[in-house]
Design a protein around this ligand. Structure first.
Ligand code: 3PG
Length: 385
């Protein structure tokens, strides 16, 4: 696989696929500053130094979900690290004109790629990403390891359509770190809103389920969480039928520990309830102290740990206790610890836990999980071919 050092970028039009998909503050449309944005800026800075004409493409959220937003706010955050102009267009006249007017060393960020159906549906014809964008560029750089498990146009088709292709600094760093990981006899701590990924690791090894995933496991066993039952349907990302997924999940819940208490939003204050007190008419925001204690004991015994997804709503201080305590215990774990996903890397930075306390902190959630589950990543294959 080629990396930045293998190219002469001077005066070349470079299409850079980055992952700046970030957390959104609850019940707002406000993007939160993320480690992904900070890291993505490094490749842009390097390409600017090398006098490329840089066009960054990226996504935010998924259609139909609350986090499905334009990239204007991301550009503002990126500008804290590198000068880049936001263009509220992807394949229209405005975008093409801006690309054609780029001078050496300048960068623009186009809008959310997932606004175009053909980004998510690679079989859609015509594919405007391929027909309009691809012919303009000399070099394609993929710096979005965290999206490499997705068969999306920008990940698997563009590298085939643009003559030269290679990996950005972050993608290169992630791959090199993964070569060194050792997670045999690993305890999995799985959270997050993408349960279809987590289910791939439910193969009888010990799992501590937390966050939205932990709640979903409970619902799958038939527990009624009250208000949260409906909230989960909207919040989690499941491609197929929700009820069918729950049935499948129930069958896989072997050796999976599920939370025994929760912290809820009780008139905007944290209040903890035992599982037996549910159903309740409150939104669940975190795991409770009994679950934290129970999980911490398991973590202390573990030889190696892989954690994906937060234990609760970690971006709000009063609900970040579960994620903080679990991460803190993991950071003292005697074996190798691998942390994955945008939420957790942001949480580690916010809690100021030194990153060197973990074996490896990846900015990637699903792609890393697929890698651990032994699956091939289509985005990496497309770069290698
Ligand atoms: C992530 O957040 O894991 C990546 O940005 C990929 O996003 P996706 O799971 O919505 O495809």
């Amino acid at each position: 696989m080629k990396t930045l050092k293998d190219f002469n970028f001077k005066g070349k039009k470079v299409l850079l696929r980055a992952d700046i998909n970030s957390d959104v503050a609850e019940r707002t449309e406000k993007i939160l500053m993320s480690e992904r944005i900070k890291e993505a800026s490094k490749t842009i800075i390097e390409l600017k130094k090398q006098k490329a004409k840089i066009v960054v493409i990226a996504h935010q959220g998924n259609p139909g979900k609350e986090d499905f937003l334009p990239l204007k706010q991301h550009a503002k955050f990126l500008n804290k690290f590198v000068k880049i102009k936001f263009i509220d267009d992807i394949i229209g006249e405005k975008a093409i004109e801006s690309i054609n007017n780029l001078k050496n060393g300048e960068a623009i960020l186009l809008d959310n790629l997932r606004f175009l159906e053909e980004e998510l549906d690679i079989k859609k014809i015509p594919n405007r990403i391929l027909e309009i964008l691809a012919p303009i560029f000399d070099i394609y750089i993929n710096d979005a390891f965290s999206v490499c498990h997705r068969e999306h146009s920008s990940i698997v088709l563009l590298p085939k359509a643009i003559k030269e292709k290679g990996a950005g600094l972050l993608l290169e760093k992630e791959i090199n770190s993964l070569k060194k990981i050792s997670i045999k006899n690993c305890l999995y701590i799985l959270g997050g809103a993408k349960p279809e990924e987590n289910i791939k690791l439910l193969k009888g090894k010990k799992v501590l389920a937390c966050g939205l995933f932990g709640q979903l496991c409970l619902v799958a066993t038939g527990k009624n969480l009250g208000y949260q039952n409906e909230f989960l349907k909207k919040a989690v990302l499941i491609k197929g039928n929700y009820d069918d997924f729950l049935k499948k999940l129930k069958e896989k819940l072997v050796n999976v520990e599920i939370p025994v208490d929760f912290a809820v939003n009780f008139n905007n204050k944290r209040k903890e309830f035992d599982l037996k007190d549910f159903p309740l008419n409150y939104e669940i925001e975190d795991i409770g102290k009994k679950t934290i204690k129970k999980y911490s004991e398991e973590i202390k015994k573990a030889n190696a740990i892989y954690m994906k997804g937060p234990a609760g709503n970690a971006s709000e201080k009063q609900y970040s206790k579960g994620t903080y305590k679990i991460l803190k215990t993991v950071s003292k774990c005697r074996g190798f610890s691998l942390i994955g996903g945008g939420h957790l890397s942001d949480a580690i930075a916010a809690f100021k836990i030194p990153i060197k306390k973990f074996g490896h902190v990846s900015l990637s959630g699903g792609a890393l999980l697929n890698y651990i589950a032994g699956e091939k990543l289509p985005g990496l294959e497309a770069l290698e071919k």
